[in-house]
Design a protein around this ligand. Structure first.
Ligand code: GRF
Length: 194
């Protein structure tokens, strides 16, 4: 199955997913395209360095079925992975790729989710709340932020000494360990093509 990663920023998850599936040809999954909505984002150079094609799309491109669907079809994309993608996915994409779009969120949804809750903002809110644990959530994507069915969660303890930075570092490590494997296990159950 060929998959596209949608990302907006740093791209450490994107790079990790690309490397994971390259090293495991038997999984039958290939990252064939990275779609980025922010020109200059670090994910673009990470993907390019690994030889993965990158398409930079504007907000208008993303909302245009005549632009985005032929792009995905051109690469034979059968599933989409959101990894730090900060724009809402339009419903014509969520409908066409129903059950084939996964997102990772750096908290235990439904806590600390929703609009504006991304990256460091999430970890700041977790620490400010005094929560004793946090974690990651992999979930199906709908046209609303952070609301699709949950596929996987795992947690870590948060101590009073933690800062948003220490939490973020441990969350990134959890993402590195689990996200590619959860993608593989979820997509394995689906036919390769739409
Ligand atoms: C990750 O923490 C992910 O959970 C969240 O945004 C962050 C992206 O980091 N959705 P990166 O761009 O993969 O480094």
């Amino acid at each position: 199955m060929k998959i596209a990663i949608f990302a907006s920023g740093n791209g450490s998850n994107a790079e990790n997913i690309i490397r994971y599936f390259r090293a495991r040809a038997a999984e039958g999954i290939e990252v064939a395209l990275v779609v980025c909505n922010r020109p200059g984002a670090m994910v673009i150079s990470r993907a390019s360095a690994l030889g993965v094609p990158v398409a930079t799309v504007s907000a208008a491109d993303l909302r245009s079925p005549d632009t985005i669907l032929p792009l995905l079809d051109g690469y034979g994309i059968g599933a989409i992975i959101l990894a730090g993608f900060l724009q809402i996915v339009p419903s014509f994409i969520t409908a066409r790729y129903a059950g084939r779009i996964l997102n990772i969120h750096p908290s235990l949804l439904p806590r600390f989710g929703g609009k504006g809750m991304y990256g460091r903002h999430v970890h700041e809110a977790v620490v400010a709340s005094g929560a004793s644990e946090t974690g990651i959530t992999v979930h199906h994507v709908t046209e609303r932020y952070d609301e699709g069915a949950i596929v996987f969660q795992t947690s870590i303890p948060v101590s009073p000494e933690d800062t948003p930075g220490t939490v973020e570092a441990r969350i990134h490590e959890l993402e590195r360990i689990h996200f590619p494997r959860v993608i593989a296990e979820t997509l394995r159950r689906l036919p390769d093509n739409l």
